[in-house]
Structures are given as structure tokens and as C-alpha cells.
Design a protein around this ligand. Structure first.
Ligand code: SF4
Length: 221
């Protein structure tokens, strides 16, 4: 018997992983790095293979639980260049749920942008509660200290943590709306005027397909 690595097949399988990207500007793009969102709109490049594999984990997680939601919600914001649209698709409107697969530690805080995303969904749908179902695909590679009791005492297993976000007030909604509107205006205006949108350097940079372009790009706010 002979076993060899089949890189041709690896490439074929990788080519089958498609992002299923929405047309237009997505809410997650506005909440993430605006510079990256600008590149996606004006000079898109294919994502890295590793990023595709992360997508695969996330999509498989979501597909294990429910049919994909194809209802696209629209957020209209006013900019110097007229009204613009930001689109979003909650994973399940019926279950009021968003699924996330993350690489972060279960000890870490939930990303604030996830709460903002849920609150924007609530604004669009007219709700004041939402579920955030978060799969930590390989997070706790270290000893868990001060962990809440629902965290299993296991250092390497994936962990599913579900959060029910309730008591969302009108003030919470207004604050998030203003935040999204301001960031949307910054993005659309940077695209229209052709200057680089602000960077949000952080966790996204590691797998960013625009890393070199971004490093070489002169000019920032
Ligand atoms: S490298 Fe980082 S800062 Fe630059 S565009 Fe990508 S995510 Fe944004």
C-alpha cells in the first residue's frame, strides 16, 4: 500500500467552498474593518484558503440546526451622497437566532459587534430579544480559571454557548443605530471620494486578503 497526499483533490475541494456572499454592503462589513469593506467593494480579492475553511466550519454549524434564511433585510441610511442601503440576513428570523462559530476563548468577552448586530436585527424585525448561539470551535487550549459553572472542565473540546439577549431598550437601539449609521456614512463616503476608509486593525488582519495592500496604503484618518 502506498499513501500520498492528494493536493489536486485538496485544490478541487477548496474550490467548491463558496462564501455565498450577498450583493451590496452587509451589516457585518460595516461593523468590521471599514478599510476591508472598502477593498471588498472597490478592488475585491479572493479570500485565503484558511478563511474558506473557517467559513466551512461556520456554515456546517448553521446547517446542522436549520434551513438557511434567505430573507434579506435592508437598513437605509442618509449620507452626503444620498440614501444608501446596508443589508443583513439573520440566520433564523423564526427562531430569532444568529449562529456564530468563533476561534476566541470562552473566557473572553462576547464581541460587542455581535450584540450590535443582534440589536440591528431587532430594529429591522421589530423585536426586543434575540438569541446568539456561539460555537467556540477550538478555543480553550489553556486551563480555564474562574470559568462559569456551565463551562466543561475540558481543555480542548469545542464548546457551545447560547446567549439570550433580552431587555433591549429604545436607548440601546438608538445607540446602535447611530453607531451603524456613522460607520456606514464613513464607508460610503470613503468609497465615493476615493480616500482610504479607517482601518480597524485587530483579529481580522490575520486572515485578511488585503493585508499587503493595506500595509502599503498611504494615508489614514
Ligand atoms: S489588514 Fe487589517 S486593517 Fe487592513 S484592511 Fe485588512 S483587516 Fe483592515
Amino acid at each position: 500500500m502506498k499513501i500520498t497526499r492528494n493536493q489536486k483533490r485538496e485544490a478541487e475541494l477548496m474550490a467548491r467552498i463558496q462564501p455565498g456572499r450577498l450583493e451590496g454592503v452587509h451589516l457585518t462589513a460595516v461593523l468590521g474593518c471599514l478599510r476591508k469593506a472598502q477593498y471588498d467593494l472597490t478592488a475585491p480579492k479572493p479570500v485565503t484558503d484558511r478563511m474558506k475553511l473557517y467559513w466551512l466550519c461556520g456554515n456546517s454549524f448553521q446547517d446542522s440546526f436549520l434551513e438557511r434564511n434567505d430573507q434579506c433585510l435592508e437598513i437605509k441610511i442618509d449620507t452626503k451622497y444620498g440614501q444608501k442601503t446596508i443589508v443583513c440576513t439573520p440566520d433564523s428570523i423564526e427562531e430569532r437566532a444568529e449562529f456564530k462559530s468563533v476561534r476566541t476563548s470562552i473566557r473572553g468577552h462576547i464581541k460587542e459587534d455581535y450584540f450590535r448586530q443582534m440589536i440591528m436585527y431587532c430594529i429591522c424585525i421589530g423585536l426586543d430579544e434575540f438569541n446568539l448561539d456561539q460555537l467556540h470551535i477550538a478555543s480553550p487550549y489553556f486551563k480555564i480559571k474562574d470559568a462559569p459553572p456551565y463551562v466543561p472542565d475540558d481543555e480542548k473540546a469545542p464548546v457551545l454557548l447560547c446567549y439570550h439577549i433580552t431587555e433591549i431598550t429604545e436607548d440601546d437601539k438608538q445607540e446602535v443605530w447611530d453607531y451603524v449609521e456613522t460607520r456606514g456614512q464613513m464607508l460610503f463616503e470613503a468609497v465615493e471620494e476615493g480616500y482610504p476608509a479607517p482601518k480597524d486593525e485587530g483579529w481580522q488582519c490575520k486572515e485578511c486578503q488585503y493585508f499587503i495592500d493595506c500595509e502599503l496604503c498611504e494615508g489614514d484618518f
